[in-house]
Write a protein that binds this ligand. Structure first.
Ligand SMILES: Cc1cc2nc3c(=O)[nH]c(=O)nc-3n(C[C@H](O)[C@H](O)[C@H](O)COP(=O)(O)O)c2cc1C
Length: 192
């Protein structure tokens, strides 16, 4: 079962990779998930570098059923990445009560590729980013994803890298993270 950990921040200096790495480690260290043959892949939207409508692709992704119909090669590559994954763990910072524009762009570039797949949202911010967490879950539901829930993680704002005690304190979220991943795995199995 292929699980994509999507990093929603594309800033040059950011805490997103630290949080994504923490989540990946937490899943890798869980015995019962290991036995489920879960294969984790971290995806950095900064490297995916999708166009922000500067290409001349006038297609509506919801009307695109064949990857070759996407005009831009970066969108075609992204479509293949999303298609190959079964489960999505979105890791997102909260920016002004919302989630980053780069993440919305990545979501909007494709459509059918998301359908029916399981997703969960891990947000972070000064107060855990609960507003962007709920917004993102709603958008994913609109894409007919099976959204199992979200986790919010408090961080000290503007501190990069994160203080060691902050990362240590993330362990308070381990159980909820693992429960949501397990729900994603279960619903994916029942779909296959
Ligand atoms: C444009 C911008 C807006 C932000 N708005 C919020 C906010 O609404 N709530 C919050 O808790 N933190 C907010 N922050 C703080 C971020 O949560 C914090 O800087 C975090 O490190 C950003 O994640 P990143 O470093 O992975 O990009 C904001 C940061 C930026 C850059």
């Amino acid at each position: 079962m292929k699980v994509g950990i999507i990093m929603g921040s594309v800033r040059t200096k950011r805490v997103c990779p630290e949080i994504a790495a923490y989540v990946k480690r937490t899943i890798e260290n869980d015995q019962s998930l290991c036995s489920e043959n879960v294969e984790l892949q971290t995806i950095d939207l900064r490297q995916v570098a999708l166009p922000l409508y500067e290409d001349d692709d006038d297609s509506i992704p919801a009307q695109v059923k064949n990857v070759d119909r996407y005009v831009d090669s970066r969108t075609r590559s992204w479509s293949r990445v999303v298609s190959a994954l079964d489960i999505f763990i979105f890791i997102t910072p909260q920016y002004n009560w919302g989630y980053p524009a780069a993440l919305k762009n990545a979501i909007d570039r494709v459509y059918h590729e998301w359908h029916g797949k399981s997703a969960m949202v891990i947000s972070y911010g000064g107060h855990g980013g609960d507003k962007c967490n709920r917004q993102l879950q709603e958008v994913l539901q609109g894409l007919k994803m099976n959204v199992v829930g979200g986790v919010t993680m408090n961080i000290p704002v503007g501190v990069i890298p994160l203080p060691e005690e902050t990362v240590t304190g993330f362990s308070a979220h381990n159980e909820e993270i693992l429960q949501l991943v397990a729900s994603c795995v279960e619903s994916t199995k029942s779909r296959q």
